[in-house]
Design a protein around this ligand. Structure first.
Ligand code: DGY
Length: 360
């Protein structure tokens, strides 16, 4: 009303003030303040886009085009917020091209696609989707461990190819899961979920290495023992990677680390491509330096190192560890909730940074 009648904020509005404005103009001017503009950068659940549309002017991407950085910059030029997935890089160049952008809500727990320092310096809030995917992702980590140890993909291909003609004592004989040593590199919520599955469900001896040691209570809950990275590599029968991808964890597992592992060991990566040197791993699998690997994430995905496609002793899945319908819906809803809470002035629910200042 202030805008309609030109009064100072807080002044009482009289009926007469409104009547001074022609009806058509007044309707226009009385319309609710324009909604923030949001870009939904990939195709997501239509019901979540619909929910966002109740709060925002939404540009979505139902064709699920993976925009180039230049296309994304152009789309964000007039946006106040964005919902992204891991496939959109948010860096200083993008932020410079998006002067109105105040928040980017990632539909993923990992946010290595964010240049967090650049976002913080530019006053842009980042959020992620922790917790809602923990158990589902831990389920998948364990499934991939078992599929790798028990050679499920390799034996299925053999059967489908019509090569199965008789039972034999050593046909696809794999490595033991129950009672073996489960090593976990990165002991956050998902790592702890995998540890509990191994210790309580399969009687595994669990060892872990992490930047910081868990509390004695959590170690007891997970039945997990803290060890050095060297001991972890040396003793694990199944080594599961669940650490975040940062410059410090780039190629945390390369030829030198693989050389320290048991020749009978399996390596499972559900964290991020780039943590493993895929070329070194492919060579090690070819040379049977370790028994097998299970990989859900790849350096430069969706491209996969060509050598990994030719070796039989690897189970390959297309970054699906959190992919159940309820969990992906919960992730999309949490990303949306972050946008709504932020623009309602309630603050983000699951922030990954504390921006220095506010963008206008
Ligand atoms: C995550 O949440 O980080 C998963 O890897 C999906 O991208």
């Amino acid at each position: 009303l202030h805008a309609v009648v030109g009064r100072h904020p807080g002044a009482a509005v009289r009926r007469d003030d409104i009547a001074l404005v022609p009806l058509t103009d007044r309707r226009k001017d009385l319309s609710p303040m324009s909604k923030p503009r949001i870009l939904v950068a990939r195709n997501i659940f239509p019901e979540v886009v619909e929910r966002l549309s109740q709060h925002f002017e939404v540009e979505s991407n139902p064709q699920d085009v993976v925009w180039t950085p230049a296309e994304l910059a152009q789309k964000l030029a007039d946006k106040d917020g964005a919902l992204t997935t891991g496939s959109q890089r948010v860096d200083a160049a993008l932020l410079a091209a998006a002067p109105r952008l105040r928040i980017v809500a990632n539909m993923a727990v990992g946010y290595n696609n964010f240049d967090v320092d650049a976002m913080t310096a530019a006053g842009v809030q980042g959020t992620n989707t922790p917790d809602v995917l923990t158990e589902t992702t831990a389920d998948f980590g364990f499934a991939l461990l078992m599929a790798t140890a028990r050679r499920m993909a390799e034996s299925e291909h053999y059967l489908r190819a019509g090569q199965w003609t008789k039972w034999s004592y050593d046909l696809f004989a794999g490595t033991e899961v129950h009672g073996s040593t489960l090593g976990i590199l990165g002991m956050g919520r998902i790592g702890q979920g995998i540890a509990k599955r191994g210790a309580h469900g399969f009687g595994m001896n669990v060892v872990y290495h992490n930047r910081s040691r868990l509390t004695p209570e959590l170690e007891a809950e997970c039945k997990a023992r803290y060890v050095s990275k060297e001991e972890l590599l040396r003793t694990a029968d199944h080594l599961v990677l669940v650490l975040p991808y940062t410059p410090a964890s780039h190629h945390a597992i390369g030829a030198a680390e693989i050389a320290q592992m048991k020749p009978t060991a399996n390596l499972i990566n559900i964290a991020r491509g780039g943590i493993v040197d895929d070329a070194a791993l492919a060579q090690a699998l070819k040379d049977r330096r370790i028994a097998a690997a299970g990989l859900d994430v790849f350096e430069g995905e969706p491209a996969v190192h060509p050598e990994l496609l030719t070796v039989p002793n690897v189970v390959l899945t297309p970054h699906i560890a959190s992919a159940t319908v309820p969990t992906r819906l919960a992730m999309a809803n949490l990303a949306a909730d972050n946008l709504v809470a932020f623009f309602e002035g309630r603050g983000p629910l699951t922030p990954v940074n504390t921006p220095a200042g506010k963008r206008a």
